[in-house]
Design a protein around this ligand. Structure first.
Ligand SMILES: [Zn+2]
Length: 113
């Protein structure tokens, strides 16, 4: 499952950081997930819960921020949000667009004690 491997890599990052900072318990984790990364929020939570059992991250709250897909038009320079995966410029109908956000999948921060 896609979400399982993501949850695993999120956990790896947290545990690594926890060791570096001598953390005993992770309270919450903030994630940024781009709309294009095709992650199911609920199933990511479920996998994360499963994987954290018995680790310092057990019971940690997962804060997931969805990041909208945004592009910049290379013809007229305007920035726009992409809806329903239509990648053309709403101002000039140009299709030479550069993606600015939407693919990210990162651990922004986490709280621990
Ligand atoms: Zn344009």
């Amino acid at each position: 499952m896609h979400e399982m491997s993501i949850a695993q890599s999120v956990l790896d990052i947290i545990l690594q950081e926890s060791r570096n900072h001598k953390v005993t318990r992770v309270l919450s984790v903030a994630l940024k997930v781009g709309e294009l990364s095709a992650v199911e929020t609920e199933s990511l939570r479920f996998c994360f819960e499963l994987l954290t059992k018995g680790t310092p991250a057990e019971g940690a709250q997962l804060d997931i921020e969805r990041v909208q897909v945004t592009c910049r038009c290379q013809d007229c320079g305007s920035n726009f949000a992409v809806h329903e995966l239509i990648f053309s410029c709403p101002s000039c109908q140009g299709v030479r667009v550069e993606m600015l956000s939407g693919r990210e999948l990162s651990v922004e921060s986490f709280e621990a004690e």
